[in-house]
Design a binder for this molecule. Structure first.
Ligand code: ADP
Ligand code: ZN
Ligand code: ZN
Length: 731
């Protein structure tokens, strides 16, 4: 019937109401048009959608069809490719289309009326016009300056390895996995490919994704530095959660309209509307932060590969320690590999011999309970004496993970979670890192009144304190002054989630390290990532063994990548770098993971891990999904999962043609999650596994309805919510 349109709106994840609703509209609108529609008592943003017949539910009652409230006609309709990306993401990650699509739009777009939108656009167009004039003048100058042979910044001539990689990328379709050591010049390859593309095609757009923009400000700076003079400052935009809503909207619109040629962003950027997208870079593709931990639990890396195929854009994944999934995908095509592997083993301006020496300290031969082994301490002192910097990391913040009373056995448990509260000495609090519950440290043991309660284990605060004490007797070289007649004391600084809570504080602290105002930097994995510290020549992992014995089968993979990345922090300066060292304190010095690390041999490590995974039938040799349930009691959470599993076996087995699917899918028992209770909510999970991605997908799609129906069963009373995580990263 004419005058009716289908509109996609944000409905709760599992709403009975279909995500596509029918509205009345004076004139037909193309799919992808943004509209304002009444929904219940409120008005909300919607996207005109096409295939109502399949996606809307129930009969349409003529009298109940309401009129749309307005059209955001100053924004061009979202393209077919974007719509398809939404359909695929919703389907693959088992979420409602309305939720996925509306969450993919910038938050402010959801709130603006058409009139407000129009005003905003006028304002930003005026701004852009002004800027364009300025840039035109600038680029004119730039061009004439260039012809006078004074280009800035200088673009380095590619190395032989870089040239080979670039040639492969130009000659093939991809997707590509660029496996290159830290400092091998991967970023330069990204810059080069993007530059070639933008020069060839005056409307082409490139998407460059990074794990966490705060941790890699240098990459953003390099892209801006390279492209702003060429394309104008407005052609490079960022998209990440650290931006204000107006900033995000402006960047999103620029990408949507095509004036932004390069979008630099975190995982959310994979959903940006980029009609002329021709190239996608996923830097540090192994990084877990590409996987969303809430809502639709999508992997931006995997969606990037899908999106590349959808829009005919080349996809380049880069890492020094690729995810085992991507490594496996890039095996030779004859063995079924689908990605093309590109190798850049060498570091720019250095030979392999200059890689930091990896030293393992056998902690079995060190004084019991020693935080620092004697040889490591000596090495740090020598490093300070040379005027160089060291970096010490431990993946645990706070002073100690537990407070403990030796008399009665009391421990600092959280009242709301099945976890201990961490002792923070700086403000003398006990803090739960799961629910945030915080209290002052008690004067005496709450169990027996003993005043001698002691910290158990150690965190970064304690490392910092210990180092200050252990280095108190030495002075910085050449630092004698009126104020310090014997020389300045050693400066120890700490960077972790606790010291960087305030906006901008991370930047300030990093700047202090870069400026040389810090001699020893202590921190969590935060400091191991991405930073290009020039003067660090010693990196030490205090206690990395935990991951070797973790129940999470991905823990060794993450540890290897973290340690290799941390090693990459050392010796980045060509002259200082020669004597750089990476220290590993361990109780299992002969562990194969450390042996591979010592040789910088990621391929050997990957191969041994993949062999183990293949034998155990784990990803990437199988495909997994987790169903998580939250309830008032652990019994209710598990009962829901158990019932849903039983219903799957009973009901779905009777469906026509589903026997095959069920046969290929294994449903494991419901178990409590590793931290079973958080903020007084009990959590359980159930693993679903299949050797076939297709079978798993079909099963999950069919199972959705069963899960909904199961919820109504009496034994599931107390269930709060459930959600499916496809391709989970932590089991
Ligand atoms: P990665 O991204 O692999 O860590 P980068 O691209 O950041 O490596 O390169 C490491 C360093 O080498 C950077 O300082 C970069 O400016 C420099 N560099 C990269 N490629 C070249 C080149 N072809 N010639 C000279 N210097 C280069
Ligand atoms: Zn006690
Ligand atoms: Zn808690």
């Amino acid at each position: 019937m004419s005058g009716w349109i289908s509109v996609l709106v944000h409905t709760p994840a599992h709403a009975a109401l279909g995500p596509v609703l029918t509205y009345r509209c004076a004139a037909p609108l193309p799919a992808g048009t943004l509209v304002r529609v009444p929904l219940g008592k409120r008005e909300t943003l919607g996207v005109v959608w096409q295939d109502a017949a399949q996606e809307s539910s129930g009969e349409i009652d003529n009298d109940k069809v309401r009129e749309i409230a307005g059209v955001l006609d100053t924004v061009a309709p979202l393209g077919e490719a974007w719509q398809q990306l939404m359909r695929f993401s919703a389907q693959y990650y088992q979420r409602s289309l309305g939720e996925v699509a509306l969450a993919a739009l910038p938050p402010q777009l959801r709130d603006l009326s058409p009139l407000q939108m129009q005003r905003r656009l006028l304002r930003s167009q005026r701004g852009a016009a002004k800027a364009a004039k300025a840039t035109a003048a600038e680029s004119h100058q730039a061009v004439s300056a260039a012809s006078e042979a004074a280009p800035s910044p200088p673009v380095p001539a590619l190395s032989a390895e870089q040239t080979a990689a670039v040639a492969q990328i130009a000659a093939h379709e991809g997707p590509f996995l660029l496996f290159g050591a830290t400092g091998s010049g991967k970023t330069e390859v990204y810059l080069h490919c993007v530059q070639t593309l933008l020069a060839q095609d005056p409307s082409a757009q490139a998407l460059v994704m990074v794990p966490e923009i705060n941790l890699t400000p240098q990459l953003e700076a390099r892209f801006r530095e390279r492209f702003a003079p060429m394309l104008g400052a407005h052609a490079v935009v960022s998209l990440h959660s650290g931006m204000t809503n107006p900033q995000r909207l402006a960047a999103w619109l620029a990408a949507h309209e095509g004036s932004a040629r390069i979008v630099l962003g975190t995982r959310m950027a994979v959903f940006a509307s980029m009609p002329q997208l021709k190239f996608i870079v996923v830097d540090e593709e192994h990084d877990p932060s590409y996987k969303s931990g809430e809502g639709a639990r999508y992997s931006a890396r995997d969606l990037a590969v899908y999106r590349g195929r959808l829009q005919g854009a080349k996809v380049l994944l880069g890492s020094a320690t690729p995810s085992l999934e991507s490594w496996h995908q890039s095996r030779p095509a004859l063995d079924g590999g689908r990605y093309q592997r590109l190798l850049m083993p060498g570091r720019i301006g250095a030979s392999a011999l200059d890689l930091p020496l990896v030293r393992r300290v056998d902690m079995n031969h060190q004084p019991r309970k020693a935080i620092f082994s004697l040889p490591l301490l000596d090495a740090i002192r020598a490093c300070v004496a040379r005027g160089e910097q060291s970096m010490v990391f431990l993946n645990r913040r706070g002073y100690a993970p537990v407070l403990h009373c030796a008399d009665c056995g009391w421990k600092s448990e959280c009242a709301h979670c099945s976890a201990f509260r961490v002792f923070h000495k700086a403000d003398r609090t006990l803090r739960c890192h799961h629910c945030g519950f915080t209290e002052r440290v008690p004067r005496a043991c709450p169990g027996c009144g003993n005043v001698d309660i002691a910290p158990l284990g150690r965190g970064t605060e304690q490392i910092e304190e210990q180092l200050e004490a252990l280095l108190a007797d030495i002075r910085r070289p050449n630092s004698v002054s009126a104020e310090f007649p014997e020389g300045e004391p050693v400066r120890v600084a700490r960077i972790d989630a606790d010291t960087t809570r305030l906006k901008g504080s991370l930047q300030t602290q990093l700047a202090a390290v870069h400026a040389g105002d810090v001699d020893v930097l202590v921190g969590t994995q935060m400091i191991a990532k991405g930073h290009d510290f020039r003067r660090i020549t010693l990196v030490a992992a205090i206690n990395p063994d935990g991951a070797l014995f973790s129940s999470d089968f991905r823990a060794p993979e993450r540890l290897f990548s973290l340690l290799l990345q941390a090693a990459g922090r050392a010796g980045r300066d060509a002259t200082l770098g020669k004597g750089s060292e990476v220290w590993i304190q361990t109780f299992v010095p002969t562990h194969p993971l450390y042996a591979a690390l010592k040789q910088y041999d990621y391929p050997a490590f990957a191969q041994s891990q993949l062999e183990e995974r293949e034998q155990a039938g784990m990803p990437p040799f199988s495909f997994q999904a987790l169903v998580r349930a939250e309830a008032r009691s652990q019994e209710a959470a598990q009962a829901f999962l158990t019932a849903a599993s039983a219903n799957a076996r009973q009901d779905m087995a009777t469906w026509d043609g589903w026997a095959d699917v069920l046969e290929n899918v294994t449903l494991y028992s419901a178990v409590p999650m590793a931290i079973a209770r958080v903020a007084n909510v009990e959590r359980a999970q159930m693993l679903v596994e299949s050797p076939s991605r297709g079978a798993l997908q079909r099963f999950l799609a069919g199972w959705q309805g069963v899960l909904h129906a199961t919820r109504a069963q009496p034994e599931c009373k107390g269930l709060i919510r459930w959600a499916i995580d496809v391709d989970p990263l932590a089991i």
